[in-house]
Ligand binder design. Structure first.
Ligand code: SF4
Length: 338
């Protein structure tokens, strides 16, 4: 029997982090001043092996998961990732196997990932202006490598791609039109994301949020937009088509238009912690039960138990009080990949 949570939501989506490491230092996720050269990332034995990941995903599928998204940190850093994708793509019941990447290493891996059975890729790209890109990625790199990665993924059949851009007031709001123009007329869909108070290290403030309504207006003044229906219930992005037929654009408005009611997402960190909301605390350990000889049934019952008592609706609560509703320890963005 597939469990429903305390708000009647089924478990349909699993976001699985395969590493806590990244080759970028985006300030809203992994600020360079906190994640320097000496930062102690998880030692290899602490992260789930491919065998453990496959076993866990099979158990989640038995509980209702149909969509699987591979995240990080930066998942392309995990060695031999196509081998893992191949194992996961063979699991009956997975209808959509996707990956979220910063795109920097994508050109090198796109063909192998597609051949392994990956369905599609979402690329995070917060700017096209080289200086703004460096600021938003906390790196010396330029956006060209990411654009090459997007082209390679499309050529490998992993498109149309979704391009995610986190918009911050005073940092990259001028990139909204630039990104919209760059991908207009292509099959790729840019989704502009309201800056969120994920974790405890990104110095979030409501004043730094560019509201989805303002983003839509900003684009619509130049290129008229028409709202589109959701592709499926619980879809996080609000969709718009260009009235002149030049494609689609979206906004993800967790701050101003929360979507917790339709949230069917669970997350598992690289070291095997089950997290029921992006704004949760540390989550529930699954690695111990996987490694201490518990049966599949026992591990599945732990997941079922956690999901059945889930009542998360953080973004709704935040919208209700107009600011962060929980202080103290919260899972960090790089641990769950958003
Ligand atoms: S805030 Fe939590 S419950 Fe709401 S949509 Fe995000 S992950 Fe789901």
């Amino acid at each position: 029997m597939e469990p429903l949570d305390a708000l009647g939501r089924p478990l349909r989506d699993l976001r699985l982090s395969v590493t806590d490491r990244c080759n970028f230092r985006c300030p809203y996720c992994m600020p360079a001043e906190l994640f320097g050269e000496r930062y102690a990332f998880l030692p290899r034995p602490e992260i789930l092996s491919f065998e453990e990941i496959e076993r866990l995903v099979r158990l989640f599928v038995e509980l209702g998961v149909r969509k699987l998204r591979i995240t990080g940190g930066e998942p392309l850093i995990r060695a031999e990732l196509p081998r893992l994708i191949e194992r996961l793509a063979r699991i009956d019941g997975i209808e959509d196997l996707a990956l979220t990447s910063n795109g920097f290493l994508l050109a090198r891996h796109a063909v192998a990932l597609a051949d392994a059975g990956l369905s599609r890729v979402t690329v995070s790209l917060d700017a096209l202006d080289p200086e703004v890109f460096k600021t938003m990625s906390g790196s010396p790199h330029e956006p060209e490598r990411v654009l090459e990665g997007i082209a390679a993924a499309a050529d490998a059949g992993l498109g149309p791609l979704k391009i995610n851009c986190v918009v911050q007031q005073g940092v990259n709001e001028d990139e909204v039109l630039r990104l919209a123009e760059h991908f207009r007329g292509t099959p790729h869909i840019v989704r502009f994301i309201e800056f969120m108070d994920v974790g405890t290290r990104n110095r979030w403030d409501l004043d730094r949020v560019v509201r989805a309504g303002d983003i839509v207006e900003r684009i619509g003044q130049r290129y008229p937009l028409e709202p589109l229906d959701a592709n499926y219930p619980g879809e996080v992005a609000r969709r718009y088509r260009y009235a002149d037929g030049q494609g689609e654009v979206g906004v993800i408005a967790s701050v101003t238009q929360p979507f917790c009611r339709g949230c069917t997402r669970a997350r598992v960190t690289a070291e095997g912690r089950l997290v029921t909301c992006l704004f949760s605390d540390a989550g529930v350990d699954l690695k111990g039960p996987l490694r201490d000889g518990r049966s599949d049934e026992a591990v599945r019952d732990i997941v079922r138990g956690v999901w059945s008592t889930r009542s998360d609706r953080y973004s709704e609560e935040r919208a209700g009080v107009g600011g962060p509703v929980r202080s103290g320890r919260r899972i960090e963005m790089y641990q769950v990949g958003g």
